[in-house]
Design a binder for this molecule. Structure first.
Ligand code: BMA
Length: 322
């Protein structure tokens, strides 16, 4: 399939008088559980240009609190129609295809298809890997790693001749730690050459860090939006920051933000199934204008959309960099 062309990227200008580098959509939350009957929350989801519009893979937790992935389509990236049925995966091995739970998908276009990664239950969380050409048939590969791991995020092209993935090794529960690692694969099945990328740092990212949407290649390096977590009296608080990774050796961090780019502030980010969470999983980039549209889960309940200019984010990552 040919590389999809970005149509009308969703966009709203920075509100008058605001100096924010990342600003929220006035239409937030753009997606709630009303999108899928029988679902109690829709959040942490990923989108990509598709046809004349956009397609996505969405995390939907049902009324039994079971976590699964649904596909969705949108003409404009804001108004979404989700399939009420979860995605069925075509997989050669029944053992791997067996549903325990699936959540927090990422989607990236590479070569000739859309690649999808997610947190896949297999005796604990690990990284599920699959692909689709058309958002009609979905194929599942082997899990990338042994449990326990979350936040598997593919780079959009091969590096040093290999497919490349970031991930965050974890535990079976809510993981009070977390560093980001880099791994390579010749075939998207066998993974190795693991390299350390980055650890927690003071303040908002002091408990754990994890990669967000697929890294975006720029002249200055890979721009990685990531989540950072601090432990407060009543639990974790999830915010978003950014890092710049070396283009040829992406485990080398050139710079990362000391401050947050987005941190829970609005009611729909502060209150929900898990209060105080902004969790970016989706990113659209319009090349000619440098506009960015960021999709993030809010309070593990709904989806928010935020906007930024690539050049401003790159400048900030370097200026605010640690
Ligand atoms: C992580 C994952 C995410 C969730 C976050 C905050 O461990 O479960 O899906 O958004 O915690 O609860």
């Amino acid at each position: 399939m040919a590389e999809p062309v970005m149509g009308n990227i969703p966009w709203e200008e920075r509100p008058k008088g605001s100096t924010e580098l990342v600003w929220r959509s006035a239409r937030n939350p753009i997606l709630t559980c009303s999108a899928v009957p029988g679902t109690r929350s829709v959040f942490n989801s990923a989108v990509a240009p598709f046809g004349d519009g956009f397609a996505g893979v969405f995390r939907c937790d049902n009324s039994a609190w079971m976590m699964n992935l649904h596909r969705g389509f949108s003409p404009d990236g804001v108004r979404w129609t989700l399939d009420p049925q979860p995605i069925t995966w075509i997989c050669e091995d029944e053992e791997i295809a067996r549903l325990e739970y699936r959540y927090d998908p990422r989607v990236v276009w590479m070569d000739d298809r859309y690649h999808i990664t997610w947190c896949n239950g297999y005796h604990g969380p690990t990284i599920g890997v699959g692909y689709t050409f058309d958002f009609a048939r979905f194929h599942q590969r082997e899990n990338a790693f042994l449990p326990y791991n979350r936040n598997g995020v593919l780079f959009p092209r091969k590096i040093r001749g290999s497919y490349a993935m970031l991930s965050r090794p974890s535990d079976r529960g809510h993981t009070p730690f977390g560093d980001i690692f880099y791994s390579e694969s010749p075939d998207l099945v066998h993974w190795g050459r693991h390299r350390f990328v980055m650890a927690p740092a003071p303040g908002w990212q002091s408990t754990k860090v994890g990669p967000g949407p697929a890294p975006l290649e720029t002249d200055e390096g890979w721009l990685l939006l990531y989540h950072g977590v601090i432990t407060q009296c009543n639990g974790f608080v999830y915010s978003m920051g950014a890092a710049l990774l070396d283009r040829d050796e992406p485990w080398k961090v050139l710079s990362r933000t000391r401050s947050t780019l987005l941190t829970p502030r609005e009611d729909y980010e502060r209150s929900g199934d898990t209060p105080n969470v902004v969790f970016p999983c989706g990113l659209l980039h319009e090349g000619p204008t440098g506009r960015l549209a960021i999709y993030y889960g809010a309070a593990d309940t709904v989806i928010g959309l935020a906007f930024a200019h690539l050049a401003e984010i790159l400048d900030f990552v370097k200026r605010d960099g640690a």
